[in-house]
Structures are given as C-alpha cells and as structure tokens.
Design a protein around this ligand. Structure first.
Ligand SMILES: [Zn+2]
Length: 167
C-alpha cells in the first residue's frame, strides 16, 4: 500500500470514532511536500486547506490543515513478532493528529475539548492513542500475538480499540 493509502486507512478507523461521538467529520487532503516532511493534511470537511500547520493553534486561521508525516519507513527484512507494523504505526500517528484536530474544533465550538474522555476517571483527562503490542515474550511461536491501536488511559486505567469508542 502506498503512503496515502496507509494514511487514508488510518483515518477511516479513527474518523468513525470522531463522527460518532462529536458529529465532526475529518477528511484528508493529499499534500505533497517532502521537503517539509508533509504527506497529507487533516482537517474538517468544511475546510479547504491552503497551507499546512504543525501546531493545533494554527488551525484557528482559515485554510489550515494539520500536517501528517508520510508513514515511517520500516527497514525491510526486520522481523517483528506482530508482523508488519507499518499500517498500525501509521494508524497510531493519524489517530494522534485526528485527536488534536477534534479537540481544537470542540474548543472552538465552546464544547469540552477533553476528547475522548476517559471513562475510568470521570472524563477529567482524555484517552491517548497507543500502539499496544501485548504478549510478546521474545520467543518465536506459531501463534502470533496481535497488535492494535487503542485509546488508552494515560493513568493506568482501561483501553478501547480505536474505531470502537462508545457513542
Ligand atoms: Zn483515565
């Protein structure tokens, strides 16, 4: 899959969480600027981006999209017990940027920007996207452990897969 395919696949999953819980629709615009390390811009479907920004504060002006790096290059031939992590690594990065855009839009609209609120701690802090690689004990086994990107409590509470946030 090419870079844009990986980024779009990542957005597809996290965008369902965003829309289902906030009504905000996020889209991706291809933005080919390798010199600046930009592969695409993430923004709401009402925005027509004219420039890339790296900080959410930059989204306050019109025509801004939050920059997404191209997917990280994984050295070929590097064995991972979880298989190829390129898609999950990218999904993690896209979820992180999608969270930033969503929080900014909520704040702009006068809503609570703590998104997604942690259910274990009364919504006092947001969950954070985390690449979860459980069960690897360093031994090669026929049953490969399954990695996933999860919304995770940063204070040691629970987690839920990205794409499966409760409405
Ligand atoms: Zn928590």
């Amino acid at each position: 899959m090419d870079d844009l395919g990986l980024l779009s696949s990542g957005l597809l999953v996290v965008a369902t969480d965003v829309e289902r819980t906030t009504g905000i629709r996020l889209v991706l615009t291809p933005w080919d600027d390798p010199a600046e390390g930009v592969a695409a811009l993430l923004h709401t479907d009402t925005e027509r981006p004219t420039h890339a920004v790296w900080e959410t504060i930059g989204l306050l002006g019109p025509g801004a999209g939050l920059a997404l790096h191209p997917p990280r290059a994984h050295p070929t031939g590097l064995a991972s017990p979880y298989g190829d992590l390129s898609a999950l690594d990218t999904a993690h990065d896209v979820a992180d940027v999608a969270q930033q855009v969503t929080q900014m839009v909520l704040w702009e609209n006068g809503s609570d920007p703590t998104w997604p609120p942690c259910p274990d701690h009364g919504g006092v802090h947001p969950l954070r996207p985390r690449l979860d690689t459980p069960g690897w004990d360093g031994q090669e086994r026929p049953d490969r452990p399954v990695a996933s990107v999860r919304w995770t409590c940063p204070s040691g509470g629970g987690s839920v897969p990205v794409g499966a946030l409760a409405p």
